[in-house]
Design a protein around this ligand. Structure first.
Ligand SMILES: NC(=O)C1=CN([C@@H]2O[C@H](COP(=O)(O)OP(=O)(O)OC[C@H]3O[C@@H](n4cnc5c(N)ncnc54)[C@H](O)[C@@H]3O)[C@@H](O)[C@H]2O)[C@@H](O)CC1
Ligand SMILES: Nc1ncnc2c1ncn2[C@@H]1O[C@H](COP(=O)(O)OP(=O)(O)O)[C@@H](O)[C@H]1O
Ligand SMILES: [K+]
Length: 498
């Protein structure tokens, strides 16, 4: 797992470490790692034109010392000073190595024009405007420099994090730098993995400055393929279909038969031992047509609970199921069991109306809302606010409902009370297609029925779902049905890496 820590935690850990080290040692380590990445990004360091965007804090200091290193190796380094102050020792070092500086702090038009020309002609741009001391979006002159760097042809390396993104949340208020590579020090920052911040970070390179032993629990974790491989249930030699897990699926309706087919498909290809499906006669016909291996039962419209399957290890309920009174009865019955339940789509809307249905549960429960459903669960919290602060809202919902929450979207995040949140690294906008959430519900349900706890099932489900989309994609757009046959390959890819 990649671990990410909040600014407060990083500062406390840095203070403990700095107390044991000579003055400036941490910054030298950070700047050395930064210079190494910069030199790798240049065809050759000697003669390369490097522009440093330098703010008033230590983030600017890192950039100045890395620039010093490159200048000593023959690069032509120019520092654009944007802050009200500058790291004086760093600036002196750069000048000592032959680097030059120009300030855009004043009103002088010529200085700005010069800076813009330097940025446009650069081979590499280093963003040292703001690091973990940044608050809010960039203001002038930082914002203009960020825009100029984005318009330039040179790659942008962000120091610690792209300036203007919130290190703890990934929120972006106004202008921010867009980086090709981010070199982050000591530990990852949550904002590097959660959109909209993640989308501005580019490739994230970790630079070890020795902070590890000082760091307590993480705020956020990001799984890698080997982590998923270690979590996935592996059926033993003596496994039979019951031990591999039987999943009850209450998805689809007369109107939305496809939701049933996609949810069942996601579960079957996700490695479930058996799916017991229950639904409207038309949905049953459709499910059996696509997946004859399903054990399906028609629900009696008068007494839906009579045919609801028993002998399952976990439930998925909600995709395409509708909001009618029968769905309410069915949801109450499923949530009344002591089994793990994944609640999705329409069932989430019903839970938002009666939160105690979930709050009263002690059995494992996983809610899988998109931002619109999350808005209902959080009593009308603005959808845009949820998308701007995914970690905060997923964590809040997990606490309010006392269960695990997977918030879908451009960055899928998983939250559970008392545990670090998780950001999924495999997401892709290929997934933004109708029915893809149904596949995720089935796939994640299969993992629940295989014995994974909700957090681990959610993490693995989201990872495999994104990977399946990438594997199914051969250049043309994909639809939700294409995800289903790609799931086994995604599992195979992960296991090969494990
Ligand atoms: N503390 C340490 O031991 C280490 C810190 N390092 C670097 O130090 C950085 C943190 O340095 P600082 O604490 O000095 O903070 P920053 O350099 O991130 O920024 C602080 C300055 O930016 C100004 N500022 C804040 N928000 C702004 C905005 N929206 N627009 C314009 N100006 C804004 C503040 O007024 C302050 O002057 C890290 O990100 C990392 O790059 C590294 O050298 C590693 C070691
Ligand atoms: N921009 C995006 N980038 C990555 N993944 C996305 C994006 N938009 C949506 N997704 C993913 O696509 C899936 C859509 O699910 P959902 O919103 O439930 O739609 P549906 O109900 O049509 O299946 C989720 O897994 C979600 O995380
Ligand atoms: K930065």
């Amino acid at each position: 797992m990649r671990q990410a820590h909040t600014v407060d935690t990083v500062r406390a850990a840095e203070n403990r470490l700095m107390a044991r080290l000579p003055d400036g040692a941490l910054m030298r380590r950070a700047a050395g790692a930064l210079a190494t990445v910069c030199s790798r990004m240049l065809p050759r360091v000697y003669g390369a034109r490097v522009v440093l965007l330098v703010g008033s804090g230590d983030n600017g200091g890192d950039a100045l010392y890395a620039g010093t290193n490159l200048a000593r190796r023959g690069a032509s380094v120019r520092a654009v000073l944007a802050g009200s102050r500058v790291h004086e020792a760093g600036l002196a070092a750069l000048r000592g190595a032959g680097g030059r500086a120009l300030s855009v702090r004043g009103e002088e038009e010529q200085a700005r024009a010069d800076a813009e020309a330097e940025i446009a002609a650069a081979d590499l741009i280093v963003d040292g405007l703001l690091g973990i001391g940044g608050r809010g979006g960039l203001r002038a002159p930082h914002s203009a420099l960020a825009a100029c760097a984005e318009g330039a042809s040179a790659p942008v390396v962000a120091v610690d994090l792209p300036s203007g993104i919130d290190a703890d949340t990934g929120a972006v208020e106004g202008a921010a730098v867009r980086a090709d590579v981010t070199v982050t020090f000591g530990t990852h920052k949550p904002g590097l993995f959660v959109d909209p911040g993640a989308e501005r970070a580019g490739v994230v390179e970790f630079a070890d400055i020795g902070l590890g032993p000082e760091l307590p629990f993480a705020r956020l974790e990001v799984p890698q393929a080997a982590d998923i491989a270690a979590l996935l249930p592996s059926p033993g030699r003596e496994a039979d279909k019951y031990r591999r897990g039987v999943l009850g699926v209450a998805a689809g309706s007369q109107r939305y038969r496809g939701a049933a087919v996609l949810t069942v498909g996601g579960a079957l290809r996700g490695g479930v031992g058996m799916v017991r499906y229950a639904g409207h006669a038309d949905a049953v016909t459709e499910v059996l047509h696509h997946w004859p291996e399903t054990v399906a039962s028609e629900l009696d419209p008068v007494d839906p609970l009579a045919a609801l399957p028993g002998r399952v290890a976990a439930w998925v309920i909600g995709p395409g199921r509708g909001l009618h009174p029968m769905s309410v009865l069915e949801l109450e019955a499923v949530l009344d069991t002591a089994l793990p339940v994944l609640v999705d789509a329409d069932a989430l809307t019903l839970v938002a109306r009666s939160p105690d249905l979930v709050r009263a549960r002690t059995a494992p429960t996983l809610l899988t809302p998109h931002a619109g459903e999350m808005s209902r669960l959080l009593r009308g919290t603005d959808r845009a606010a949820i998308e701007a602060g995914r970690l905060e809202h997923a964590t809040r919902a997990a606490e309010e409902y006392g269960c695990t929450v997977l918030l879908k979207g451009s960055t899928t995040v998983v939250a559970e009370p008392g545990r670090p949140a998780v950001a999924n690294p495999t997401g892709t906008s290929l997934l933004a297609t109708a029915g893809s959430g149904d596949v995720l519900a089935g796939l994640t349900g299969a993992l629940l029925s295989g014995g994974l706890a909700p957090r681990e099932a959610a993490v693995c489900g989201a990872y495999l779902h994104g990977l399946a989309a990438r594997l199914a994609h051969d250049g043309a757009p994909i639809s939700a049905s294409d995800l289903v046959p790609a799931i086994p390959e995604a599992i195979g890819t992960v296991l090969a890496a494990g």
